[in-house]
Design a protein. Sequence first.
Lengths: 190, 190
Amino acid sequence: MPRKPAYDRDALIAQARDIFWRHGWAGTSLKDLERELKLKPGSFYAAFGSKDALYALALERYAQDGVASMLALAEELGPLGALKAQPYRVIAASDLPTKACMLAKTYAELQAKDHDLAGQAGAHMIAMKSCFADLFRRAQKAGEISSDHDPERLAARYQSDLLGLRLTAERDDVNAAEIAADIAADLERL
Amino acid sequence: MPRKPAYDRDALIAQARDIFWRHGWAGTSLKDLERELKLKPGSFYAAFGSKDALYALALERYAQDGVASMLALAEELGPLGALKAQPYRVIAASDLPTKACMLAKTYAELQAKDHDLAGQAGAHMIAMKSCFADLFRRAQKAGEISSDHDPERLAARYQSDLLGLRLTAERDDVNAAEIAADIAADLERL
DNA sequence: GGGTTTCTTGAGCGATCACTCAAGTATATA
DNA sequence: TATATACTTGAGTGATCGCTCAAGAAACCC
């Protein structure tokens, strides 16, 4: 009896993520989403419930992909190798909607309003920080870096530097590759 | 024959700066401004012309104060002392609307739209970077840090780190003082 | 193929957006 | 004090906001 939707829900979420990522929460209107996702208002609300609900799904997708790709990189290059490579990766990716981090953009835009989405972005940033901390711990166990440092503290500083780098990479008066190299070089002195 | 305005224009710009700084461009409505500045629409538009024009004034004020306070700090502590102290200063100031940088927030919010204000924020960031570069140069001339490094590159990295720190300082799961200390410590190894 | 169920469509809802302007009010000059 | 010249007021502009819902179209089961 039922009828299948004409759209691929997962693909739509990924597409919405890219739009939100680039233009932000207030900067993306439902008109924008309807046009890009090719959904009329009725279908949109039947599928996702609200603009905020879709944004939350997009955020979650973004965060999951971020952790997954970091772990995959560690599988390939080892924990320290992944941490050193990541700065280059985030500024090199030219197919991304923007180089700035979507979690950071969301948090910066909505935190002052106590919006739910800011809290969710914050939670995802905590998860990402934990991922970095794990990699630092693994690097210490593998003897790649000294065990004198607190991995949580290293992770917080590393994440902070990455956020700055990714925002700075949007400017064209700055050589982001140099900053990425300096961040990576700092990891070798640990 | 004329009649003086009942408001202090400079004070209103400073107040608008704080509102925009905290809530962003799209996050601040004219209703908000009218309520906080206690101006009816007619007076508002007679005084400032448009929301964007006032935002531009607020941005300019913010940037001028930023450079001025950095130079004042250098007068007191010397160039390297100022660069080392600044990370602590930006996260300690509890009276600020938010710890994140208004230029960075503006740039992040509006750059994807090619909004004029993003370009102005970018220009102010360039000026701030030049200020940092000058301080690094002066620190080198004074023998406080090695002359092996390119001051422009040092300034770009330093500014990027500060942007990350100031955004991170908004989170309560992170000890921002530790990051500030680590940034300052990095300057001693130059 | 008929009946049922879901999906799609798009006009349009009230609220809010940035902004305008004509009328009223206060002040400085003459 | 009279008049000219601002400044202040707030109702109201059209556009856009996120969102609703009734009607039509399409696909599944029997």
